[in-house]
Design a protein around this ligand. Structure first.
Ligand SMILES: NC(=O)c1ccc[n+]([C@@H]2O[C@H](COP(=O)([O-])OP(=O)(O)OC[C@H]3O[C@@H](n4cnc5c(N)ncnc54)[C@H](OP(=O)(O)O)[C@@H]3O)[C@@H](O)[C@H]2O)c1
Length: 382
């Protein structure tokens, strides 16, 4: 039986993975890790019969249930993985904190079903090297990337000319930057097609999410940025497209439901009925596509520029974005300041070669400090 550890189990992806795996007798969840929500972690573990747990937070109010072994503190999920040595780790943490989980999974010889795109954005070249050194696979969970991986199966690499990620356009599709500048947290969290965690939902509203995904796709599939496209598709039915040498395109379609890519990734690239609503194209009626507005959504060209710069620039982009998004969610800066803050940090920090994880940690810390300082200088409503 295949053994899996779910890291970030209390989140949107993590809880859906527990649901999916409840219907699969061939995979045993042997460990679970979370950030701060101890109560939710204990409930999910009881539901799935898991006793080996880790919580990144040191302090929590709940009683540890009988029979449970709980590791606590920063690094505890990584310790859980190296102790249990599972076959597979689902990394569903949000943010740069997920990079060390990806690393410990690969170092312990586990394949990684990767939802934590920030691992690849910040350190894609090093993560890929580590996977190769340890003979491990990285299987994408992000819907567009899982779609691309499925489309690319069985197509000769030299027959592919470009890859396209679709984007819903978020809640502010068609808006100008001025109109978006002072939207509320509630408006920005109101995603039209996907129900997700807070950080990725804000990233979808700024379209930074698509920028991060382009960097992720570059590392996963080895395509240069000029052969990676974004197409806005508000219905979120077509998840990705592969353009072939003969001018034809392959599309991967389905209802927007993360359970499909989660199941495909954790269940060894296989497919079964997991209760995703069938796609009725006649009921959907029409599928529409448009070019992204790169002026209103400046995050996209910013991310492409950081990805093309390479070295520590994508780690800086990611860290500055995490800090700015948190500041917005906490009501400390207006929505319209998120991307200028990221651009500011990218402009001010000198690139490091990014040839070691330690160097990327250094770039991450420097970007966090600089962006936090700049965010503090902004007054909401000013
Ligand atoms: N949600 C989606 O539909 C979706 C789709 C595609 C890709 N993704 C990607 O999947 C990842 C997870 O997204 P999500 O929406 O599931 O996020 P989420 O709902 O916010 O969940 C995040 C998870 O990470 C844990 N966590 C946060 N900080 C941590 C830390 N410092 N140490 C240990 N654990 C920590 C949280 O634990 P606590 O809650 O216990 O604090 C929670 O379990 C992100 O990289 C996102 O971009 C998500």
């Amino acid at each position: 039986m295949k053994r899996i550890v779910i890291a970030g189990v209390t989140g949107s992806i993590g809880t859906q993975a527990v649901e999916v795996l409840a219907g699969n007798d061939a995979i045993a969840i042997v460990g679970m890790g979370a950030g701060r929500r101890a109560g939710e972690l204990f409930d999910l573990a009881a539901q799935a019969g898991v006793t080996e747990l880790a919580l990144a937070a040191e302090r929590f109010a709940e009683q540890v249930p009988d029979g449970v072994t709980l590791r606590v503190g920063v690094g505890s999920i990584e310790a859980l993985i190296s102790e249990l040595k599972p076959d597979l780790v689902l990394n569903a943490l949000v943010g740069y904190a997920g990079l060390s989980v990806t690393r410990s999974a690969l170092e312990s010889g586990a394949d990684v079903a990767l939802a934590n795109k920030e691992s690849l954005v910040a350190a894609g070249h090093l993560v890929k090297e580590l996977a190769a050194e340890n003979g491990c696979e990285i299987i994408p969970v992000d819907s567009e990337h899982a779609s691309l991986a499925q489309l690319l199966e069985g197509v000769a690499p030299n027959e592919v000319s470009s890859l396209t990620l679709t984007a819903s356009g978020g809640p502010f599709r068609g808006w100008t930057a001025e109109r978006m500048a002072n939207v509320t947290v509630e408006e920005a969290l109101n995603h039209p097609t996907w129900a997700m965690g807070g950080k990725i939902t804000i990233d979808s509203a700024t379209m930074m999410n698509k920028g991060l995904e382009l960097i992720e796709a570059h590392h996963l599939f080895g395509f240069p940025y000029e052969d990676l496209n974004v197409l806005v598709h508000p219905q979120s039915i077509v998840h990705a497209l592969v353009e072939l040498a003969d001018g034809m395109q392959l599309a991967h379609m389905g209802m927007p439901d993360m359970k499909a890519p989660i199941a495909w990734a954790v269940e060894g690239r296989t497919r079964r009925n997991i209760g995703v609503a069938p796609l009725g194209l006649a009921a959907v009626g029409s599928l529409t596509f448009e070019e992204p507005d790169l002026t209103a959504f400046a995050a996209l060209p910013l991310a492409i520029a950081a990805g093309s710069r390479g070295g520590s620039a994508p780690a800086v982009l990611n860290a500055a974005n995490e800090v700015a998004v948190t500041a917005f969610l906490e009501g400390r800066i207006p929505f319209g300041e998120i991307i200028p803050l990221v651009a500011g940090s990218l402009g001010q920090l000198e690139d490091l070669p990014g040839s070691t994880f330690a160097e990327l940690d250094e770039a991450d810390s420097a970007a966090r400090a600089l962006t936090a300082e700049a965010a503090n200088a902004i007054e909401v409503g000013a």
